[in-house]
Ligand binder design. Sequence first.
Ligand code: SF4
Length: 280
Amino acid sequence: MSATSTIEWTDATWNPVRGCTKISPGCKHCYAETFAERFRGVPGHPYEQGFDLRLVPEKLAEPLKWSSPKTVFVNSMSDLFQDSVPDAYVEQVVHVMQMASWHTFQVLTKRADRLKNMLAAKLSSAASLDHIWWGVSVEDRKYGIPRIKALQEAPAAVRFLSIEPLLEDVGKLDLTGIQWVIVGGESGAGARPIDPAWVKSIRAQCERAYVPFFFKQWGGVRKSEAGRLLDGQTYDDMPDRTIHVVRSKSDRLMMINEVEQWPKPARIGFQATMQSKLTA
Ligand code: SF4
């Protein structure tokens, strides 16, 4: 977990899961994989196992230790709803978000069907909470548009789209029930190009639908040079955050203690890694 983040649309990141598997073209140059694989084999490093999936239950209580309210990007280095993360562990992660209600949690996934199904069932008590925002990644029409539909069908109080890396003109979007749209181009080595016309089309649709629009970056190989101005201005709109009271220190200590007593998940990360090695 990082108490600060360089990601433009959040304050902090929290990673009770590490590692992921690629699922669609937006994953091709996954920044999390590039970062994690740099440390594979480094003894004691959080990413000693590279980008292999790993649950990190010792990180579960961390948002409860932050006394000042933050926006928190959940699993910036993974995807909470990937198949190999057991339901029981997803429930524990979400339960912490429910407890730490003074923060605003931003949960972003490419596994929109599992998000929808769990919000309608095992996570239903969290679905209506306004301090947990549920989002899906949209990189193109083929994979992204069905995710938007699944998100719209999910019983979430706050829904958002992260249209990044924007890989093509996504066309006319149905923004019904969507409270926030983030757009960005791909960055880093081999970044696929973005067309300003695609971004302007999304901006115009957000303006017509009164949906807050956040333009994160143009991206490219040197993203700092490309910047994030669109027609000479920055776009940093976000939904209004609901301010909930920060719980007292003694309350927080009690909650931390409770979380630390929860049953620990099996070492599924290790098992998943072995499984993939055995079936490769
Ligand atoms: S879903 Fe996200 S974290 Fe997982 S591989 Fe794709 S881009 Fe990376």
